[in-house]
Ligand binder design. Structure first.
Ligand SMILES: Nc1ncnc2c1ncn2[C@@H]1O[C@H](COP(=O)(O)OP(=O)(O)O)[C@@H](O)[C@H]1O
Ligand SMILES: [Mg+2]
Length: 543
């Protein structure tokens, strides 16, 4: 670990170090701001103790070179590389605003991340690794601390794989993760047997580590324990990892079979039995994802309706008269959980429902309101179909249909715009790949030439000028993309506001329909309609 902090320093005349983001083995990572561009970067600086360490310096240079070849939204990108006046090498990366998966898992402990979120994060990690592997790069240190969680331009959670300090190319020979004094660098519990024993590694070594990360996220536990490499190897060799489904708490949504199967295959000790490519894991996840339910409630009409709870209670069929204080709001505000559970179970069937006891009373009440809305709507439609609906009910049904259609259309439009926004990052990468590559090469050349006393000043000045020009071009392209992103963000926000209005109107329409239904209730209704009324009545006693 490096010693004194560099906060406050200006690196290479253009990166102002603001705070320390993380401490690594051979150096620290800082948040930096470019004083002219105003853009934030992350800077990895080799520690003081390592400034003379050729191996550590080479590793950082190597990291810069490898990462500059990888253009993917799920991989952190490098923008610069250089040396401070006191000969400490540094690497400039895009700044990832967020925290590591390691921290997130610690934060959630002891509960598990919702399955949908896990799969979404794993999918992105696999996407990033696929690009690395297809480019011939093996990461060799895939673990939660090197998976940063950030937010994509459209506001979705985004994975950024960092720390290619241990990475190697497939064509590299044995240069391994074992240091001069034969110590293994890294986290043994995430390492494949071949990596722990110093055997040659390949893509499947990373695939093993992804398997460990997946296992941990899905069960809350590691497949093999041990503090030292030897202990981990012993655990790996003694018996296969326990089936993931055995460790997963029973009240959690089950992991789709194809995902479980492939995760367990990633953990095979014999790498011949592991999937050959990360994309096999991605495919399994993509196939399973649509079947995994969202655990969050749809933030739609229910919220609005729940807000009108008093009104609904006053309306509630058991106490039709608002002045009837026998069921006052204060009494009913206390929801009887056992009772609610019964009603809930009777009306809310969802095959893969999260265990009821895990929901908060608010969540349950919200879901109940969902059921009320659904039942009321069904009843209204039934009345309409039988020609029993009054003019008012019919017209509210028409309004409801129109609003529901608008809601769907707006949601689709938001999704499309979000997708476009997410793609801007990738497009920027593509568009600027050659410029960024050229810049990095020029800077590397500059640093090599500057070290050589025989180098002519004019050559350096010429290089400086070329670097300036490329920087200006990169700045221009970045500004263009940022402008485009701002426009898209603005558009999405407007659409979100529209959606909110539509959903509020939907909520009001639903409430009005409820009131009309109640007014329209007559004694001589057909039995199925009577029954529908009874169901609704029963439900409304509990909201
Ligand atoms: N681009 C980045 N943006 C924000 N934080 C980062 C970035 N890169 C690294 N970090 C932080 O610094 C820590 C150490 O960085 P890492 O590249 O993993 O170095 P090491 O090789 O020392 O482990 C990370 O765990 C993370 O918290
Ligand atoms: Mg790291």
């Amino acid at each position: 670990m490096s010693g004194s902090s560099l906060v406050g320093k200006l690196l290479a005349g253009r990166y102002h170090l603001i705070e320390r983001l993380g401490r690594g083995v051979t150096g620290d990572v800082y948040l930096a701001k470019h004083p002219v561009l105003g853009v934030r970067f992350a800077v990895k600086v080799l520690g003081e103790d390592y400034s003379d360490d050729v191996q550590a310096t080479q590793r950082l240079k190597h990291e810069a070179e490898l990462v500059s070849r990888l253009n993917h939204p799920n991989i952190v990108s490098t923008v610069d590389f250089g040396e401070t006046d006191d000969h400490r090498f540094f690497l400039i990366m895009e700044y990832v605003h967020g925290h590591s998966l390691k921290k997130e898992l610690r934060r959630l402990d002891p509960s598990l991340m919702p399955l949908k979120r896990v799969l979404n994060l794993l999918k992105q990690l696999c996407h990033g690794l696929t690009t690395a592997h297809d480019t011939g790069v093996i990461h060799r240190a895939v673990k939660p601390a090197n998976v940063l969680l950030s937010v994509s331009p459209s506001g979705d959670e985004q994975v950024k794989l960092v720390d290619f300090g241990m990475a190697k190319t497939i064509s590299d020979d044995g240069q391994s993760h074992v240091t001069r004094n034969r110590q293994i660098i890294g986290a043994p519990r995430y390492m494949a047997p071949e990596q722990l024993t110093g055997a040659p590694v390949d893509r499947r070594t990373d695939i093993y580590s992804v398997g460990v990360v997946a296992y941990l996220m899905l069960t809350g536990d590691l497949p093999f324990h041990g503090k030292t490499p030897i202990q981990v190897v012993a655990a790996q060799q003694s018996k296969p990892a326990a089936a993931l489904s055995l460790l997963r708490p029973t009240d959690e949504i089950k992991v789709p079979r194809e995902v479980e199967k492939i995760c367990m295959r990633c953990l095979e000790i014999d790498r011949e039995k592991r999937p050959r490519h990360v994309s096999h894991l991605t495919e399994a996840i993509l196939m399973a994802l649509p079947r995994v339910p969202d655990e969050e409630d749809r933030p739609v009409t229910i919220t609005t309706l729940a807000g009108s709870r008093d009104e609904a209670q006053a309306w509630s069929m058991g106490s039709a008269d608002p002045d009837d204080n026998s069921v006052g709001p204060d009494d009913t505000a206390e929801v009887d959980l056992a009772d609610l559970e019964k009603v809930y179970q009777a009306h809310f069937h969802h095959q893969q429902e999260r265990k009821l006891s895990q929901l908060t009373p608010e969540q349950k009440s919200k879901r109940l309101w969902n059921v009320v809305n659904k039942k009321a709507l069904e009843l209204a439609k039934l009345l309409e179909k039988r020609g029993l609906a009054t003019g008012a009910l019919s017209s509210y049904l028409i309004t409801w249909n129109a609003l529901a259609e608008q809601e769907m259309a707006t949601q689709t439009e938001i999704a499309l715009h979000k997708e476009e926004l997410n793609e801007t990052d990738g497009k920027w990468r593509e568009k600027t790949a050659s410029v960024r590559d050229a810049l990095l090469n020029l800077r590397l050349a500059h640093s090599h030439l500057a070290e050589d006393r025989a180098t002519n000043e004019t050559i350096l000045a010429n290089l400086d000028q070329q670097i300036d020009e490329l920087e200006a071009r990169l700045g221009g392209a970045t500004q263009q993309t940022e402008e485009q992103q701002r426009l898209l963000e603005h558009h999405i926000n407007n659409l979100k506001n529209d959606l909110q209005t539509i959903q509020n109107n939907l909520g009001e329409t639903q409430l009005l329909m409820l009131q009309i239904l109640r007014q329209d209730k007559r004694v001589d209704m057909p039995p199925d309609i009577e029954e529908a009324y009874a169901t609704l009545e029963n439900l409304l006693r509990h909201v």
